[in-house]
Unconditional design. Structure first.
Length: 459
């Protein structure tokens, strides 16, 4: 404490040499003169140019003697094609006034394009369609007191000139573009009389050629060395494609604008020139496996099937948005480690689930049981499912609503629900689950437990 007091005392006693005192006095005097001049303001005159989009600050001297006004004059150059120009003044509490004139200096305030001498301390004016050339701006003080101001001149972007329509140009072809839905993506290019493109389903791409009659495409696509016919009917923005007895309802996908490439940004990931995934924007790829590729829509289809199957055994809880995101992440993280047959099934989940929904009412008890149990095995694993139902009775009624939970009542947990669900011939049902009730594959051979899948032969 004493050391601090001593240091303060020594500091107070120290005095600068005389030469420093003289220099400091001169600096203080100069600063005082400058501050006084600034406070008193500057007289009328021309104060140079102001760039478009710029601002400047100043102080107007007070009106004295026979003066009527003190003005600071600036000139702004407006380029050709400029958008609306706004001139504004901030008065910092002073009553600032404003005058504007296009093309010629201001010599008479009775001959200007705009004049504000109101009590508004912050006058502003917008020239909607400014002519190219000089704009003269006067900031005015009409009172016997200095007035500080900030002058700003801002130009809005020029309005875009619409491209005139060519009356002789060919009309836009509504069949061209990209359509997506029901797990299928359709890309159509070409011109009237001859079209070509690609059909993408479960990550597999099938090129096609077609012709059109009154908004109806008729053509064929190739898969390996085979060719299959299809038709597609366009109504508005809905394209319904039919092939082999199956129909897919797709909607037009709006063309997304291509964002400019940031030269300082991170390199674009492999897959496409603009860094987007090679899959369609509406159905991004979540994971790659040795047998197939999983897209978001197919993962969502499996979650829908899981919720449906749980409801069949009495666990009708639904899935929140957060739980859905967590399930998507879990499926994506574990997809590559799944057996090839399970990868193939999940890659076709939307197609399989759509077929199951369409045929559920006509399906028999065994088919429903196989489907529900198959979903559980894919979701929880065969061991967990077998353990859950291992102590259950040998047989129960077919899945079909709340009654599946036993005695017509819902159950409290997933394990409790599955413990009430013990179909006959458990092992055969487990084997058959890979076909998702014969909807996901062509056939299952119980002798060697092998499956035959569309486009996934050998798994």
């Amino acid at each position: 404490m004493r050391m601090i007091a001593k240091a303060v005392s020594n500091t107070i006693r120290r005095c600068p040499p005389a030469r420093y005192v003289a220099g400091l006095s001169a600096l203080v005097l100069a600063w005082t003169l400058v501050a006084t001049a600034v406070a008193q303001g500057s007289p009328s005159g021309e104060y140079g140019s102001l760039p478009l989009g710029g601002s400047v600050e100043g102080t107007l001297a007070s009106v004295q003697g026979e003066e009527l006004v003190v003005y600071h004059s600036y000139v702004v150059t407006i380029p050709p094609g400029s958008g609306p120009v706004t001139v504004s003044v901030e008065g910092f509490g002073s009553d600032i006034d404003l005058a504007l004139r296009l093309g010629a200096p201001i010599v008479d305030y009775g001959d200007v394009d705009f004049l504000d001498v109101s009590d508004d301390p912050d006058p502003s004016h917008t020239i909607a369609v400014p002519a190219a050339g000089p704009l003269y701006v006067d900031v005015l003080n009409l009172l016997p007191a200095p007035a500080r101001y900030r002058l700003s001149v801002i130009a809005a972007p020029a309005p875009a000139t619409p491209t005139p329509a060519n009356p002789l140009a060919a009309p836009s072809d509504p069949l061209l573009g990209t359509f997506a839905g029901d797990g299928l993506q359709v890309r159509v290019s070409g011109a009237e009389g001859g079209y070509q493109g690609e059909l993408t389903l479960a990550g597999q791409v099938y090129p096609f050629e077609a012709s059109a009659i009154a908004g109806r495409l008729e053509g064929s696509f190739t898969s390996g060395s085979s060719s299959f016919t299809f038709t597609a009917v366009l109504v508005g923005d809905t394209l319904t494609l039919t092939s082999g007895g199956a129909s897919y309802v797709t909607l037009r996908v709006p063309e997304a604008p291509v964002a400019p490439l940031n030269p300082l940004g991170a390199p674009a990931p492999a897959g496409s020139p603009d860094g987007t995934s090679a899959s369609a924007p509406h159905d991004p790829v979540l994971a790659h496996g040795s047998a197939a590729t999983l897209t978001r829509d197919n993962a969502l289809a499996f979650i829908e099937a899981l919720v449906f199957s749980l409801a069949q055994v009495g666990f009708d809880q639904g899935v929140s948005d957060l739980e859905q995101r967590q399930l998507l992440e879990a499926i994506a993280q574990n997809y590559a480690a799944l057996p090839p047959s399970d990868q193939a099934v999940l890659a076709q989940a939307r197609q399989v689930w759509s077929r199951v929904q369409a045929n559920w009412s006509a399906a028999g008890e065994q088919e429903r049981t196989e489907f529900v149990l198959g979903v559980f095995v894919l979701a929880f694993g065969e061991e967990a499912v077998q353990q859950a139902i291992g102590s259950a009775p040998a047989h129960r009624s077919a899945a079909g609503g709340a009654s599946a939970g036993g005695a017509g009542s819902a159950c409290g947990t997933i394990d409790e629900c599955m413990s009430r669900y013990a179909p006959e011939a458990y092992q055969d049902t487990i084997n058959a689950q890979g076909c998702w009730a014969a909807a996901g594959c062509e056939s299952y051979d119980p002798i060697d437990n092998s499956f035959t899948y569309d486009s996934f032969d050998g798994y």
